[in-house]
Design a protein around this ligand. Structure first.
Ligand code: F6P
Length: 547
């Protein structure tokens, strides 16, 4: 089933939202809290060990009702069933979008072109399991018979960002294997990685859905050359494995077909960590933990699929984001996890969100006349507080922010954790309430500051407040809760794509740069700069002359 095509701005909900925005845009959240003591009760959701408080947003019940009307009018319900049911919703590539099948229960039946994909999904999952066990137990060894100590994931984009984020996030659950990531086609970075490695005890996992990606193939060849300085050609089969849909190219590289982990074209790169692309996650934390990550995602899938929209976490977060993006004109959103373990969450979700929803053509093939894809950025708190929070508090831009925190620390250090979390709570309160001129003056009076100095300083010390935040408070960072958290954001991306009437699962926008890079590479090799604009030509000539 194809997704429907509705320009959201032509829905009656959108028009009502516009009128509603005109009324509410300046409303103060602080005042709304004072006026309605049940506000938090109304605007929070509890699910499993997640508490999502969205009461610190510039909304009232009418806002939520109208946003829900928008979701209904744009056909979200049918779109969700197409998404989970294997409908060809990635229409420009003629593909289903089924990363949710990768974490579904074995008993599920999910058909693509009339064939149930679940037996294949579980066959690959079992292969990941036995391979992981053989490597972690030391049963499978390197070419000199020594157990593996190091894993290098070679991949880029979705074949890197998911694994690197999850391995970092689940460091606490890690085993003895050291996992490294080679993504950029930056030879210096590759050398920095291999210089720490012993070829006898290193396993290389080449992850490339297409096995045609320049960065990954170049890095793989360089690493193979480095490996062959110590080992023989036939040892390659013991030390290199691949995750790909392109079995022919993988075999040409010298990888034993038994060591190829298949994936499918219905898994988009940026949603692929649940497939064998997550092999390095499984190797790093063991298969059981990897499987828990998948179960956590599956539980969020069930919540998203079956819960009424007004109690549905991904739907609520997506609608709020549309509210700010399209009515308040907010261009970006910050993601602030209060745990260092989630330091790669923002870069991961940058691809998820911006590659998916960074589109300007609607599903009808016409340019959209409204804003789409939000810019995502962020860093863990409290570091972020000492870096860019100034701009969120007192800058000119509206930056709705998600604060993600955990009730329990992993090592049980309550002193640190209480300090960390007091910042977590303080920031959302400060962002909402700000600090008025009267409050600042009262502080000056207490300090005995002269009236003259006070009047000069006062405007700089005022915080306007009214900055929206969502608080996502989770019991503990576990493989399962991480799985649910990532799936929550995946579905938020999906909902926004549906409302914005765009195709979220293709990425044509990354192709042009790739094509130009290939032709410029030929010019660099032949030292012959062809026709370019004068800036590019000038830069290329300078590069070649200075080389
Ligand atoms: O950057 C574009 C992209 O196609 C991503 O969507 C994908 O994750 C990445 O390149 C890597 O592609 P592959 O897994 O085929 O090497």
């Amino acid at each position: 089933m194809a997704l429907n095509t509705i320009n959201p701005t032509e829905t009656s909900a959108w028009k009502k939202l516009q009128a509603h925005y005109n009324e509410i845009q300046k409303a103060s959240m602080t005042e709304m809290f004072k006026a309605d003591t049940s506000r938090t009760e109304k605007f929070h959701l509890k699910w499993n060990d997640f508490l999502v408080d969205y009461s610190k947003n510039r909304i009232n019940q009418d806002t939520i009702d109208l946003l829900l009307e928008l979701a209904n009018e744009t056909g979200l319900k049918n779109a969700i069933s197409d998404y989970f049911g294997g409908g060809i919703i990635n229409q420009t590539e003629n593909r289903a979008v089924l990363h949710t099948a990768l974490r579904a229960k074995e008993s599920a039946v999910i058909n693509v072109d009339g064939i149930n994909v679940m037996p294949e999904v579980y066959a690959v999952k079992n292969k990941v399991k036995s391979f992981t066990n053989e490597i972690t137990s030391g049963k499978r060894t390197g070419y000199t018979g020594k157990p593996f100590t190091d894993i290098v994931n070679i991949g880029i984009g979705g074949s890197d960002l998911g694994p690197v984020m999850a391995v970092e996030a689940l460091q606490y659950y890690k085993n003895h294997l050291n996992v490294h990531f080679a993504s950029n086609v930056d030879g210096d970075h590759v050398q920095e990685i291999v210089k720490k490695l012993n070829p006898e005890t290193t396993l290389f996992v080449i992850v490339s859905k297409t096995f045609t990606t320049q960065e990954t193939l170049t890095n793989s060849e360089t690493i193979k050359t480095w490996f062959l300085k110590s080992a023989s050609q036939e040892d390659v089969a013991k030390h290199f494995v691949a995750v790909s849909t392109n079995i022919q190219k993988v075999t040409e590289f010298g990888i034993n077909p038994d060591n190829v982990f298949p994936m499918w074209d219905w898994v988009g790169g940026r949603f692929s960590l649940w497939s064998a692309v997550g092999l390095s996650i499984s190797l790093a934390v063991g298969f059981d933990n990897f499987n828990d990550l998948l179960s956590g995602a599956n539980e969020m899938d069930e919540h998203f699929k079956t819960t009424d929209f007004d109690k549905n976490i991904p739907v609520t977060l997506a609608l709020l984001s549309v509210w700010y993006n399209n009515f308040f004109g907010a261009e970006s959103e910050a993601l602030i996890p209060y745990t260092q373990y989630l330091q790669k969450l923002a870069p991961y979700l940058q691809q998820g969100t911006m590659e998916s929803n960074g589109k300007s053509v609607g599903r009808d093939g016409k340019p959209v006349n409204y804003e789409t894809g939000t810019i995502i950025w962020g860093e863990p708190g409290t570091n972020a507080q000492h870096a860019f929070f100034q701009l969120i508090h007192q800058g000119t831009k509206l930056i709705p922010s998600d604060f993600i925190g955990f009730v329990k620390p992993l090592y049980g250090d309550e002193d640190h954790h209480d300090k960390l979390m007091s910042n977590f709570f303080a920031q959302t309160e400060a962002l909402m309430n700000g600090k008025s001129g009267e409050q600042v003056q009262a502080e000056f009076d207490k300090q005995g500051l002269s009236a003259e100095k006070a009047s000069v300083l006062l405007p700089f010390k005022v915080f306007a407040g009214n900055k929206p935040t969502n608080t996502i408070l989770i019991q503990k960072l576990t493989p399962k809760s991480l799985g649910s958290l990532i799936a929550m954001y995946e579905h938020k991306i999906f909902v926004q794509g549906i409302i914005w009437n765009i195709f979220s699962f293709d990425q044509w926008g990354v192709e042009l740069g790739k094509q130009l890079a290939n032709s410029i590479l030929e010019e660099i090799h032949s030292k012959q700069v062809k026709n370019h604009d004068s800036s590019t030509g000038f830069l290329l000539n300078h590069f070649l002359e200075s080389k």
